[in-house]
Ligand binder design. Structure first.
Ligand code: ADP
Length: 213
């Protein structure tokens, strides 16, 4: 991705508004000579921002802009998009977990052990499965029904949204706890956020709506 100079950005804006437009017409709009513009037009055409057609003029390359935005999206860091995680102790009852799920308006809760480390994931389906059993949901701790460590798929803050999207799709899950590793050997993690399929969709929309020029 090239960093545009002020003049190159001006040229792009003109072509975007008025293209197809000739080099001479662009020069007139900027009160410059055609020769003075030539290097900038060459750079913008080579970089792919502009398309040039003989005897017609310069066009704005919308595909290039979309490609830049898509690349930008893929390199965004989890840390900049992570949402607040909703955490319960693993001794919490399934009943209380269901209440939490509604109160916080989330699809997944994370369970922690007495040290505050990630112990489990409790999704909507886990809670529904428990609810159609015959047990009293007040007496059933979430630790019995949750997906436990070491089977939890996690993501680190410095990883990208692309990596998060891959992990969710390949593992058929809706969310990932964003974690900091406390002890490599014991696999203990602190939960610092969560990434969901909604997070990815929101980031995509935000970036696609941004203007590169
Ligand atoms: P839902 O149950 O609402 O469809 P998911 O598709 O996320 O939500 O969950 C499906 C199953 O995968 C559940 O049993 C849940 O405990 C488990 N699960 C969810 N997230 C993770 C994760 N990050 N790592 C491992 N298992 C997970």
């Amino acid at each position: 991705m090239i960093k545009l100079t002020k003049r190159q950005a001006e040229i792009l804006e003109i072509v975007k508004q008025s293209g197809p437009i000739t080099g001479q017409q662009i020069a007139e709009k900027l009160s410059l000579t055609r020769a003075a513009l030539r290097p900038d037009l060459a750079i913008l055409t080579m970089a792919g921002n502009l398309d040039a057609r003989p005897r017609v003029g310069y066009f704005f390359n919308h595909n290039y802009e979309v490609k830049l935005q898509a690349e930008k999206f893929l390199h965004q860091k989890v840390n900049d998009y992570k949402a607040h995680p909703i955490v319960v102790e693993k001794s919490t009852s399934v009943y209380d977990a269901i209440v939490q799920l509604f109160l916080e308006d989330v699809g997944t809760l994370y369970a922690v052990d007495v040290n505050g480390y990630l112990a489990g994931v409790i999704s909507r389906k886990d809670l529904l499965r428990a609810a159609i059993g015959n047990r009293d949901l007040n007496d059933l701790p979430v630790s019995v029904i949750m997906t436990r460590m070491p089977n939890i798929i996690t993501i680190f803050p410095e990883e990208t949204l692309l990596e998060a999207a891959k992990k969710m799709i390949h593992n058929h899950i809706d969310s990932l706890p964003v974690v900091k590793e406390m002890d490599t050997e014991k696999h203990t993690y602190l939960i610092v956020g969560r990434i969901t399929k909604t997070t990815i969709t929101r980031a995509y929309l935000e970036i696609m709506e941004q203007k590169t020029v």
